[in-house]
Design a protein around this ligand. Structure first.
Ligand code: NAP
Length: 263
């Protein structure tokens, strides 16, 4: 291992946008500590090692406090500072809120919000003490719209989008930058895991995760505040921000209501 190289911690790196973010980090000379909940994280590590960097995989449930501690313990064992934290792990959940299992809805909150906040609190403090570091938070343009038939998820992303901007400004003279990556619908396992393949959004053409990650990584390296990926998503989020919330919620219904899949 080359201790002169930089270290990036990427959560949710087994698949999708997180794997692509880890790939960008490896391509730009970062060693990696990657985390996800399932054993597939070890396959992702194996695949990322082909790019010549040191890669440590941690299988841990970031929805739990113990899971966050396990990841922090793995970081401590490397005896090197974290140069970049890419807090990307997250999950969605479709269907009407009252028809969801409350444990599934709670898991969205615990993963997307509670685990992310705990991780950033600990690693962010070390970065601030060192006067340097980059934090990327994967929010979403979903945070701009009440998520009819995806209510808890959109609310969790509204939290993250807001949280990212707020701590960015708290840290603005610290040497630590915070960037919020706000993708639109992206071609990953996300919609299948959220049980949303029978919806218009779940069945429509989506963005390439490699391109989404590239834009997010570049924004993080520039220290930009946020990046909405793709012109269609920029347009959609600009409109969503201007619309009354009731109209935006109705627009979301047309995209996420079960049984509206494109044929
Ligand atoms: N796809 C989209 O349309 C879209 C749009 C905007 C934002 N996003 C956001 O992008 C991020 C990545 O999602 P994706 O689209 O790439 O979906 P994905 O392919 O399903 O990836 C999600 C990643 O998060 C990990 N994860 C989920 N719950 C976890 C937990 N409790 N503990 C540890 N790891 C956990 C998953 O690992 P396991 O499989 O091991 O659980 C996986 O590595 C999420 O924050 C999502 O909200 C996605």
């Amino acid at each position: 291992m080359t201790n002169s190289s930089r270290l990036a911690v990427v959560t949710g790196a087994s698949t999708g946008i997180g794997y692509a973010l880890a790939r960008c980090c490896a391509d730009h000379g970062f060693d990696l500590l990657i985390a996800a909940d399932e054993p597939e994280i070890n396959d992702a590590a194996e695949s990322l090692r082909r790019f010549g960097r040191s890669v440590t995989a941690v299988e841990t449930d970031l929805a739990s406090r113990d899971g966050v501690e396990k990841l922090l313990g793995a970081v401590a064992q490397l005896h090197r500072p974290v140069d970049a934290l890419l807090a990307n792990a997250g999950r969605g959940l479709g269907k009407a809120f009252l028809d969801q299992d409350l444990r599934d809805a709670q898991r969205v909150v615990d993963t997307n919000i509670t685990g992310t906040v705990a991780l950033i609190h600990e690693i962010g403090r070390d970065m601030r003490a060192r006067g340097q570091g980059r934090i990327l938070i994967t929010g979403s343009i979903a945070g701009f719209m009440p998520g009819t038939y995806q209510a808890v998820y959109n609310a969790s992303k509204a939290f993250l989008d807001s949280f990212a901007f707020a701590i960015r400004h708290e840290l603005k003279t610290s040497g630590v930058t915070v960037t919020c990556l706000m993708p639109g619908a992206t071609e990953t396992d996300f919609f299948e895991r959220a049980d949303m393949l029978d919806t218009k959004i779940g069945s429509s053409k989506k963005d390439d995760p490699a391109e989404v990650a590239r834009q997010g990584f570049e924004a993080m390296m520039k220290g930009a505040g946020d990046v909405v990926t793709g012109w269609q998503n920029k347009l959609q989020s600009a409109i969503a921000r201007l619309l009354p919330q009731g109209i935006a919620a109705e627009m979301h219904r047309s995209m996420a209501e079960p049984g509206t899949a494109r044929r």
